[in-house]
Each structure stands twice: as C-alpha cells, then as structure tokens.
Design a protein around this ligand. Structure first.
Ligand code: SF4
Length: 392
C-alpha cells in the first residue's frame, strides 16, 4: 500500500470513479485513491489501479477550492438560487484549466442543493482516525450547513478501529457508512475473495451503529450462484438480523468480462442464477429477515425489482408479494417483465398493466426473437454490453 507524504506534489482536484446511487447529489471528495483490497472476484471498479492515500493537506485543498467556487456561485445567484448562464460563463472564463474540475464539482453540487458530501474512494476509513477526523472538521468548517457526510468502508477495516476512534470520527461529522457486505455466507465470501467473514461483518456493523452513525449494508443477490444460493440468502439474512442496519441495499450480481469471476462463469464452474432463481433467492432472503427495523432499498439499475423498497417490519409482506407476483407469472409474462424492466420501461410488476408500454415491450421481444427460453441470455448479453460501453 502506498503511503501519503506531505511532500508529494498536489495534482489538483480529484474525483474517483464511483459513488453509491443514493449519493447522486453529493459533493464527492476524494480522500484515498482506488481500493486497498481490490481482490473481490465480482468487482470491476478498480482492477488494475493501485491504491494510494492522499495527503490530508491535498484533500483540504480540494475542499477549499470547492468552497471558493461555492462562495462565488452564492454571490452570483438571485433570491431563488438561480444563476444566469452569462454569469457562469464569465466566471468560468476566469477559472484556470487546473481549477476547472473543482468548479464543475461545485456547480453540480450547488445545483443539487448542497445537502450532502461523499468521501471517496472504496474505503476512506483506512486512513488514520485522526487524519479522517481532521478532514471532516475542515469540511464542516467550510460547509457548516451540510447535513450528511458519508463514505464507503470495508468491514475488515471498521472491525479493527476502536470504538473510541469511531466515535471521534462520528463526532467530527461522518454520519453514514456504506459497507459492501455482499453476503454473510462464509463459503460465498471465501469464494469471491471478499476479505471478510460473517463474524467480521457483524462486528463491523455493530460498531458503526454503536458509534452513532447510520449504517447502509449492500447485499448482492445471486453472488453464491446456483450452488450456494440457499446459504447466501440464509446467512446474509441472519447477519442482518443481528446487526439491524438502517439500510439494506440490493445490488444484483452482474458478471462483465473484466472481472475475475467471468472466467469461472465461462468455464461453467460458477452457475449464474436466472432472473427467476434470483427472485426466489430474494424472496427467501426477505422472508428470513426478522426482528429488524431496516429500510430496504433497491436503488440499482441492475435490479429486477426497482420498486422493492420499504421499511421492516411493516412493509415486509408487501415486498414479498411483489416478488411473488413475478414468480407466479406465466413464462411469457415474466419474459415481458424482465425485458421491460431492464430496458427501463418498468419499475415493478404492476407497471406491466399499462397497455401502451406492454405493446412496446412486445414489439422489442419480437424484433429480437426473445423467448422465455432465451430471455436470460439476452439480458446477460445486454448488461455485458452496458459494462463494455462504460454505462454501468
Ligand atoms: S472491497 Fe469493494 S471496491 Fe474493493 S474490490 Fe471489493 S467490492 Fe471492489
């Protein structure tokens, strides 16, 4: 792992490649580059990119640059927060090339209401707690109105931070952590080289909550393949029942050809679930979630049910019903739903009742000779194409 050094030259404002879907309007502040683990076999994001820490002073310079632009944007805006295109163009003409990125980040953030900040990249909690608290305090000093500051973190890292240090980080302003649990089946976790086991996931999750931060746990339906689907659903539900995170977020497995898992999939050693099998797995998983008060979110484009959202325990039955409705469909209806959902025509099973939308989807299925027998292959190919075009 590269170490930060205050002597490294500042390379200008930086932003990493991803953020959680729920952070679409957040200001992205890059604390570290890439992923210090980078071995998960299903993950395409940072492969081939080395991890490094950024010097605290450089992160602060990024924050200061955005703050400068935000001040200018505030001065340019009228009472309703609007800014004329001419004012923006005039200001931008004075911004030097190296400062353009921070200006664009500030402009997007300003347009999005400036309510939240997300610390990048994959595991900001790997830096020393004192440095992280220092950055968070600086952020708070520059943007005192911000209500939510969040970050990704690995369970393996969080489990090793003392409760005292985590509390200091929370007090300095970090109030939500997104953890990629993916699964809590030890067999699955080992196979996909997650670098954390079920006990570590539980320990880390409970620590985050104890420190007074919100916890968002990502679960990956399908990650166990056919062989481990049952254990994946059962163990993951069991871990989440013990943690009771604020959010459980679903992000379905996809296997683009850039990930190590693709080799196993191609050779037949990993059998990917069909959409119907994945839905059955999700049904079992939801059924087993018990005694929790978490919000379930399905805010990823790859998910088969975008409307699978609700709060436990009161919305559990409704969520189960919408998965059952898909499982109970005749094969042709199911196919129409799978295609319509993946092409963005539908959010949930109920939307298929719209005759106009249904006709569109039928037309597409006819044009591409999609049948109930080849629909999963069609969808896999379509999703791989989106990855290749960098659209996912
Ligand atoms: S820890 Fe996260 S970012 Fe890193 S390789 Fe695994 S899934 Fe990808």
């Amino acid at each position: 792992m590269s170490k930060s050094t205050s002597k490294a030259p500042y390379q200008g404002f930086e932003q990493g490649p991803i953020r959680p879907p729920s952070e679409a309007y957040s200001l992205l502040i890059r604390v570290t580059r890439n992923c210090p683990w980078n071995r998960c076999t299903f993950c395409p994001v940072y492969k081939g990119a080395g991890f490094s820490l950024r010097p605290v002073e450089h992160v602060k310079r990024d924050i200061d640059a955005v703050a400068r632009h935000v001040d200018a944007l505030k001065r340019m805006s009228d009472d309703s927060g609007q800014i004329s295109r001419i004012d923006i163009d005039t200001y931008m003409a004075r911004v030097s090339g190296s400062d353009r990125q921070s200006f664009h980040a500030a402009l997007n953030w300003f347009a999005g209401g400036m309510q939240s900040v997300f610390l990048q990249d994959a595991n900001s909690l790997i830096i020393t707690p004192g440095d992280l608290a220092d950055i968070l305090r600086h952020l708070k000093g520059r943007f005192p109105w911000v209500g939510r500051v969040t970050s990704y973190a690995r369970s393996h890292t969080v489990a090793r931070i003392s409760d005292e240090d985590l509390r200091e980080i929370a007090e300095a302003g970090l109030n939500r952590i997104h953890i990629g649990m993916e699964s809590a089946s030890d067999e699955v976790l080992k196979k996909v080289r997650k670098g954390a086991d079920k006990a570590t996931h539980i320990k880390a999750g409970l620590k985050v909550i104890r420190a007074g931060m919100e916890l968002s746990e990502y679960v990956m339906p399908g990650l166990g393949g056919r062989e481990l689907s049952d254990s994946h659903a059962r163990e993951t539900a069991d871990a989440l029942n013990q943690i009771n995170p604020h959010f459980i977020r679903l992000r379905t497995l996809a296997i683009p050809n850039s990930v190590p898992l693709f080799g196993e999939y191609e050779s037949g050693r990993f059998e990917k679930l069909s959409d119907a099998e994945a839905a059955a797995e999700i049904h079992l998983f939801l059924e087993l979630l018990d005694g929790i008060t978490s919000q379930v979110k399905s805010d990823h484009i790859l998910n088969l049910f975008e409307d699978l959202e609700g709060k436990f325990p009161e919305d559990k039955e409704r969520m189960l019903c919408s998965v059952r409705a898909f499982l109970d469909m005749p094969p042709r209806e199911r196919m129409l739903y799978q295609v319509g959902r993946r092409l963005g025509y539908l959010r949930g099973v109920g939307n298929l009742a719209d005759a106009r939308v249904r006709e569109e989807i039928e037309k597409i299925c006819d044009q591409h000779a999609i049948t109930p027998d080849n629909v999963d292959a069609f969808i896999n190919e379509m999703i791989s194409g989106l990855f290749e075009d960098n659209l996912l």
